[in-house]
Design a protein around this ligand. Structure first.
Ligand SMILES: NC(=O)c1ccc[n+]([C@@H]2O[C@H](COP(=O)([O-])OP(=O)(O)OC[C@H]3O[C@@H](n4cnc5c(N)ncnc54)[C@H](O)[C@@H]3O)[C@@H](O)[C@H]2O)c1
Ligand SMILES: [Zn+2]
Length: 710
């Protein structure tokens, strides 16, 4: 059996269900062998394919069943049992290499009883009444073993089956916090083999996923998958992009002149003694430039202190910048470690204390579609509630249509859910292997679930959007944009106020802005007579804003200020845009298919047209004003900026004058600026302009004189 053919996958999935539901048990050596085969199948999914079918806790539960059966019937144990060796992850395409010392797994514990039990055995075998323990994080990444010879990195390998692993030296060179040379010779060491875990910090993981999202690629499920997948990538440059880090926590082998415990008489002067404790080894690695858990480690006497620390640490696990899935408790004395030895599966001198699982299996019951404030429609999976890491999860964003397709999600599917730390929960995968035929496809709506407008998807994008400017799901954000400074510039109407008016039901949409009942506003807290008059007059003034501001204010996707100006120049009246095709629009400067498509969608939406008609009826000017027409005046190529309080003319008038003569208004002082016109109390802009010799500073009178002359 190879584990990869469809009928084999179906076979093992069915067996898994039966074993998990207790329909099968280890009552004979034959059925026990079947359970081993099921575990091997899941190890292959987990270690080799990096794509587990079941949650870790489910795997652990089956593993424990096997352990119990083998403990009760020692004669049933086989040399190839998963309890006797670690899961293999050998991959094609990498050279297989042998570890100098086998690289094992760890025994697991989940509670205080498990730890007490383990401590009792350790004390019995050592003959000591109290043991000294080192407690360190159990890094949740991918294991790595490295060899340095004569202070140079000579090889890196994955754990593989524990005896042999994949040679990943080239990829490991991309791990930036791993030195490639290190002065182990200071400790009298010629050759050293030591182990660690490669991982992606939460920050880098989030940044990496964000980048994927921007490219429309579904996010990676968790940092562990991200790290494990990276080490086995074929392209080292791609590995480099993932910003991996390595933490080293165990020295397995050394050769050289220095003897453990004391400076060797034959070693060169200045050679330091090889440490005799685990903590000392961590310090040595640190001193040689490696990131070892010297800061995180805690050394305690006796198991009670261990239990206490474990409880404390679990409550603080999310404070760390990287993911951990538990703690590892190790006997500190290396001589004692040596004496206790190991099984074929794990060392006897260490045990993992596993934190509460952050993965669970659930059922996808339904999908709801939510409309965001920018009109993007996001599918949200409703799952049968599951407890993960202390919270109940019942809703999970499933991003977009492509994601649903890629994850092959269907309603009724069993799904593997993960909530890693403060990361929002995700569906790691569906489990189509468990389908029974009653599952249903997820239908993406063609209309907005809030306002029923037809949805629109841009070419090359995965997101469907509602482009109705009056869609209630988007109203507030659209009004905020509409009134903002660069749009209709309705002064004294800030974001807070828009939200407040909206929540109080004083306005529902953009036309509502021009129908405000100032009588009821007067009765609101914080509104004096003066502020109401101001608001009223700036709303009134906005009706005459130039067309390009109105176009920009509509919040058409991809239409920024410059684009709005181009559009304003192309028409005499805004409504002409309603009749322009993608091809017409693409004749205009800088308008490509994406922008054109977005404009056509906007003006093709009946609600939007209705809104524009309302606005026109309310007196908002939709005529192209003079300044919007193409100009080639005497000031063409010249740039201006106004600052300070102007007394001879209004800033907007002056700007209009400049633009009418072909000049351009800039947003700030830079070397691109030709003229800074200053009124009274000019501040930082003037100071800055004085430092740039190419800028001419004009008074209001000088500016007026220039306008007349030109
Ligand atoms: N979902 C599945 O289908 C599936 C299948 C196979 C295995 N698994 C999961 O994998 C686990 C077994 O994997 P494993 O054998 O890698 O064991 P493990 O991950 O539970 O623990 C052993 C590993 O921990 C790592 N580690 C991290 N920090 C360490 C430290 N400070 N000191 C020492 N080691 C440290 C090492 O790489 C070591 O090999 C199971 O508990 C199971 O949950 C799941
Ligand atoms: Zn809508």
């Amino acid at each position: 059996m190879s584990f990869v053919l469809p009928h084999e996958i179906a076979h093992y999935t069915q067996l898994t269900s039966q074993w998990m539901q207790g329909e099968k048990s280890c009552n004979t050596s034959t059925s026990t062998e079947e359970l081993r085969q099921v575990l091997r199948f899941h190890e292959h999914r987990y270690y080799v394919l990096n794509d587990p079918l079941i949650a870790d806790v489910e795997y652990d539960m089956l593993y424990k069943k096997l352990q119990a059966a083998e403990a009760a019937h020692p004669d049933w144990v086989t040399a190839t049992s998963p309890t006797q060796r670690v899961g293999s992850s050998l991959n094609q395409g990498f050279e297989t290499v042998s570890h100098l010392v086998p690289m094992l797994s760890l025994e697991n514990s989940y509670n205080a009883e498990d730890l007490l039990d383990w401590d009792r055995k350790a004390r019995e075998s050592s003959g000591l009444s109290t043991l000294e323990y080192c407690i360190e994080p159990k890094f949740d990444g991918a294991s790595i073993s490295v060899i340095f010879e004569h202070d140079q990195l000579s090889r890196s390998a994955t754990r593989g089956d524990g005896v042999q692993g994949d040679d990943i030296t080239v990829n490991s060179r991309q791990i930036r916090n791993m030195p490639l040379t290190a002065a182990f010779s200071n400790f009298g060491i010629d050759t050293i083999e030591f182990r660690g875990e490669v991982l992606m910090s939460k920050k880098n993981f989030a940044a990496y996923n964000k980048k994927l999202a921007e490219e429309g690629i579904p996010p990676l499920a968790n940092p562990r998958n991200a790290a494990a997948g990276s080490l086995r990538m074929k392209d080292p440059a791609e590995v480099g992009k993932r910003n991996l880090e390595a933490f080293f926590y165990h020295v397995s082998y050394t050769t050289g002149k220095a003897a453990a415990g004391a400076p060797n008489l034959f070693a060169p002067a200045g050679t330091q003694a090889l440490p005799t404790t685990h903590q000392g080894m961590l310090q040595m690695l640190w001193q040689c430039g490696f990131r070892s858990p010297v800061q995180e480690v805690k050394v305690v006497q006796g198991i009670e202190a261990v239990i206490e620390h474990c409880a404390w640490f679990e409550a603080h696990r999310d404070d760390l910048p990287y993911e951990i899935d538990g703690l590892v408790i190790k006997i500190n004395d290396l001589a004692l470690q040596e004496k206790m030895g190991m099984t074929t599966h794990h060392p006897r001198w260490a045990i993992a204390y596993k934190f509460k699982a952050r993965q669970a299996t659930s059922t996808l019951q339904a999908v709801e579609f939510q409309v965001g404030r920018t009109g993007a429609v996001t599918p949200v999976a409703k799952i049968a509630p599951v407890h993960i890491g202390g919270v109940t999860v019942s809703s999970i964003s499933i991003h977009n249509e492509d994601y649903i397709r890629e994850k092959q999600l269907m309603i009724g599917d069993r799904v593997l859910v993960e909530r890693a730390g403060d990361v929002i929960p995700q569906i790691v995968r569906s489990q189509p292997e468990f389908r029974n035929g009653s599952e249903q496809a997820i239908r993406f709506p063609t209309e907005c679930p809030v306002c029923n407008s037809s949805l629109f998807k841009e070419e090359g994008e995965a997101v469907w959007r509602c482009v109705n400017a009056e869609c209630p799901a988007q109203s507030v954000e659209r009004i905020i944009h509409f009134v903002s400074k660069d749009a209709m510039d309705i002064k004294s109407f800030g974001e807070q106020q828009v939200r407040r008016f909206y929540e109080l039901g004083l306005m529902q949409d953009i036309p509502g802005l021009y129908q405000l009942d100032f009588g009821s506003i007067a009765s609101l807290d914080g509104f004096g007579k003066k502020s109401i008059t101001n608001l009223e007059s700036s709303i009134e003034q906005s009706k005459q804003q130039p067309l390009h501001r109105l176009i920009y204010a509509l919040g058409i996707r991809h239409v920024g200020e410059t684009m709005a100006k181009t559009l304003a120049r192309s028409v005499k009246h805004l409504m002409e845009l309603q009749h322009k095709s993608v091809d017409d629009l693409m004749q205009l400067e800088d308008i490509g298919p994406k922008v054109a498509g977005s404009i056509v969608q906007f003006f093709g939406n009946a609600q939007n047209i209705h809104m524009l008609q309302q606005l026109e009826a309310l007196g908002i000017s939709m005529q192209a004003s003079e300044i919007s027409q193409p100009v080639a005046g005497n000031l063409s190529g010249k740039t201006f900026l106004f600052t300070g309080t102007l007394s001879k003319f209004k800033r907007s008038e002056a700007e209009t004058m400049v633009e009418a003569k072909g000049g351009q208004i800039l947003g700030g002082v830079s070397s691109k600026l030709n003229y800074l016109v200053v009124g009274e109390d000019a501040g930082s802009k003037l100071e800055k302009a004085k430092k740039i010799p190419s800028i001419s500073i004009l008074s209001e009178d000088e500016f007026l004189a220039m306008m007349e002359a030109e």
